[in-house]
Write a protein that binds this ligand. Structure first.
Ligand SMILES: [Fe+2]
Ligand SMILES: [Fe+2]
Length: 207
């Protein structure tokens, strides 16, 4: 009978997906993209300085974690499976550009005249990069057409991301990740957020 084609195991997988587990690598990366895109949209509409600072910090942290897991896990697997140096190298160069801008945003802080401009340019860069990854014939489409084990990579990405977000792990740029003590610039945003009791760093210090 048709309904017997999907046994209990599939229903369990569907439930697991609902809890955020069981997603493959591409679905996990695309969901990161969507989350950051949403925050960029909220930044554009925000008028309060504190709200903008919160969003900027969330965006920078999320992008650093995302680029790290792509560079450490997904991109090498992609290159090995497809041998497509053009797509791979272009993606890494785009990451480098975004990371430089993220460093500038964190170093300058919200008092800088160029704060909004930098976030807006970062949004444009990420928009372009995400489109390159998700478009027809782009990296994710090539990955889907290859023999990459996307389920296993998804699990690796998820674990590494959790490690980074919990803090103390090095990022792709060799810097400590999210729970590091405030460094130059990061402290400007972080200090203001801590005063509001909403900063991630503040939560970590409290725990
Ligand atoms: Fe990505
Ligand atoms: Fe990327």
């Amino acid at each position: 009978m048709p309904q017997s084609r999907r046994p209990a195991r599939s229903r369990k997988s569907a439930r697991a997906r609902g809890r955020g587990h069981g997603r493959d690598a591409i679905s996990l990366l695309k969901s990161d993209h969507a989350e950051v895109k949403k925050w960029f949209g909220e930044f554009e509409k925000a008028s309060s300085v504190v709200r903008k600072q919160l969003l900027a910090q969330k965006i920078c942290m999320a992008l650093k974690a995302h680029t790290t897991i792509e560079e450490e896990i997904f991109y090498p697997a992609f290159l090995e499976a497809t041998g497509d140096k053009d797509i791979h190298h272009e993606a890494e160069v785009e990451h480098d550009g975004a990371k430089k801008l993220i460093d500038e945003i964190e170093a300058a802080g919200p008092d800088d005249d160029y704060f909004d401009a930098r976030i807006n340019v970062l949004a444009e860069m990420i928009n372009h990069h995400v489109n390159e990854e998700e478009k027809r014939g782009g990296m994710f489409a090539r990955a889907r057409g290859s023999d990459m084990d996307l389920e296993s990579l998804g699990e690796q990405l998820r674990q590494r991301k959790r490690q980074i977000m919990e803090g103390g792990e090095a990022t792709a740029s060799g810097e400590p990740a999210t729970a590091m003590p405030p460094r130059r610039g990061r402290g400007k945003i972080g200090a203001m957020l801590s005063r509001n009791g909403k900063g991630r760093d503040a939560r970590h210090r409290a725990s």
